[in-house]
Ligand binder design. Structure first.
Ligand SMILES: NC(=O)c1ccc[n+]([C@@H]2O[C@H](COP(=O)([O-])OP(=O)(O)OC[C@H]3O[C@@H](n4cnc5c(N)ncnc54)[C@H](O)[C@@H]3O)[C@@H](O)[C@H]2O)c1
Length: 256
């Protein structure tokens, strides 16, 4: 393959969870720019449809679906609709995630579970749905999950135990699924962002200077476009030999 075509997504199709805004929406736009057909998945249909309309370029197939990743029935309904519209799947980006922020001494069981349900179980349910379709169609697909640097460091000063536990789980889930699905030609990798200035962290804007102070000198906090290269790498044929890998993209936060 010519080097300049290695990163093309022309002719590839798949879904991105949590792509009605934030990191997911930025990745969806990048994939569409590179020629992919992308299904926009959101927990609310209206915002997913709005994003799909905004991202449509008249060439790629861009359809919105409602999908609560924490609910296996919702994921099954989504993948059935996806298959009707797109037929097959080359990539799945399991990106939807939430953060609640209660202190570990005070958090209720339901609040603790809510983050594990979306950020870890939800990643598994959508990865499994995509892999089943890949196996049925015999497509050698790429599954990419959004983990976090929180899989490796404890974020401070916010309280975030359930989130860190879920994201560490995503990294080991990635390796486990990569080993299990290699025989089908399915690659499973994850991207671990550092702090990205999205709606997810907007309630903590007073912490931006604190986090900045924890970065290596000369580095900065991130924005979603800083992650495009990592997701394109894993979705494209450029990463054909990469599976079970984690790419940390954090401006060096976890180094110091
Ligand atoms: N922003 C950061 O600093 C940062 C850092 C590391 C990792 N991440 C991870 O990146 C991913 C995207 O984060 P973001 O910053 O773009 O956040 P965001 O809040 O802007 O977007 C998250 C998306 O997930 C969707 N979502 C939430 N719960 C869902 C559910 N149950 N079912 C389906 N969709 C659901 C939301 O509707 C939203 O579209 C998350 O997994 C997050 O944990 C973010």
């Amino acid at each position: 393959m010519e080097t300049k075509n290695m990163f093309s997504l022309e002719g590839k199709k798949g879904f991105i969870t949590g792509s009605s805004r934030g990191i997911g929406k930025t990745i969806a736009k990048a994939f569409i720019d590179l020629g992919a057909d992308v299904a926009i998945l959101g927990s609310h249909l209206d915002t997913a449809e709005k994003a799909a309309e905004e991202l449509s370029n008249g060439r790629s197939k861009v359809i919105a679906y409602q999908c609560n990743v924490a609910d296996p029935d919702s994921v099954s309904a989504m993948i059935a609709d996806y298959e009707k519209d797109y037929g097959s799947i080359d990539f799945a980006v399991n990106n939807a995630g939430i953060f609640t922020g209660e202190a570990a001494l005070d958090i209720s069981p339901d609040a603790f579970r809510s983050v594990i349900d979306v950020d870890l179980n939800g990643v598994f349910f959508t990865a499994q749905a995509a892999a089943r379709l890949m196996v049925r169609n015999g497509s050698r697909g790429s599954i990419i999950s959004t983990a976090s640097m929180s899989a490796h460091v404890v974020n401070r000063p916010q309280t975030i135990a359930n989130y860190c536990a879920a994201k560490a789980g995503v990294v080991q889930l990635t390796k486990s699924l990569a080993a299990e699905w290699a025989k089908y030609g399915i690659r499973v990798n994850c991207v671990s962002p550092g702090y990205m200035q999205t709606d997810l962290v907007s309630s903590m804007s007073d912490m931006l200077p604190v986090w900045q102070g924890m970065m290596p000198e000369g580095s900065r906090l991130g924005f979603p476009p800083d992650l495009i290269g990592a997701y394109v790498y894993f979705a494209s044929d450029a990463s054909e030999y990469a599976t079970g890998s984690e790419l940390i993209v954090d401006g060096g936060y976890t180094l110091v």
